[in-house]
Design a protein. Sequence first.
Length: 358
Amino acid sequence: MEKLLVINPGSTSTKIAVYHDAEQVFLNSVPHSTEQLKKFDGLAEQYGFRRDIVLQTLAEKGYKAGDFTCVVGRGGILPKIKGGPYRVNEDMVWQLRYAPILEHASNLGGLIAYEIAEPLGIPAYIYDAVGADEMPELNKITGWPDIEREGLGHNLNTRAIALRYAKERGRRYKDISVVVAHLGGGFTVNLHYKGVIVDVVNDDSSGFTPERAGALPMSAFVRKIFREGLDEKTIMKKLKTQGGLTAYLGSNDSLQIEEMIEKGDERAKLVYEAMIMNIARDIAGEFPIVNGDVEAILLTGGLARSDIIVDVLKKRLSFLNRPIMVYAGENEMQTLAEGGLRVLSGEETAKEYKRVDL
């Protein structure tokens, strides 16, 4: 029997799970409030905080690091990476620590997995990393030749949900065409077409989220940077962790904001409605990419548990005349564990990462 430790750092939580083969023995999701995370200058500075949470959780459950066959972490935003499994090696650790494409909580997954696994001589893996990019060249072109769209996003969970949808219908993943919207602290809307994620709407191009500013009016954004003399680290922090609902309403907690709306807070209602409207716009925008050849819309992530969000999306997208199916939460932990098992069994071979100097 294989024993796997699975680690998934998200923008607002750290999830820790233990699997005996494909069976989940326990799962603990530790939430992180806006107040807790404010004291860190950036996501990279959260490394020790998140690592200690993992080790403390294992100790409380009676596990030692040496109990495991391998450790699987959520993959980060690495340059020039494809889907599937990668072994976490020194090149990847360097890239995640010093030169990822963007700061993102998932960058911590490989780092924590490696720190736990390497002294014990057991492997650490990532699977379907956030930065995995399968988009065709046509969909990468922007209005500026040396800047292109990137396929990074919540690829792990959206593919898991698309696979689940196909399996429920007795079909193959490569034969379906669905738009999947992952709604969490950050949003990803992507198009799964014939076994490939052919388009991704992510933080850079989506509407705002509980924490992300999303796509901003470009001219006003550029003027703000120069007028206020903002450096890259400051502006990225504002964009990725201090934007969206957090910036407008002081909270990234959708339940809290829905309570504010119930109590008659008109400002909260307006901002929340704008966020949902933009989700609908991002979903509908995927249809022209395959000439409308989309059979269903799948909603996933933590915010898919919200009746308000789901009801409004169904109303706004009713004109598309496609079924809208809800898979609330995510299957990321199970998918990571199963990916690790496929490597351990030899069904898949983990790729070796080579660092890229950006």
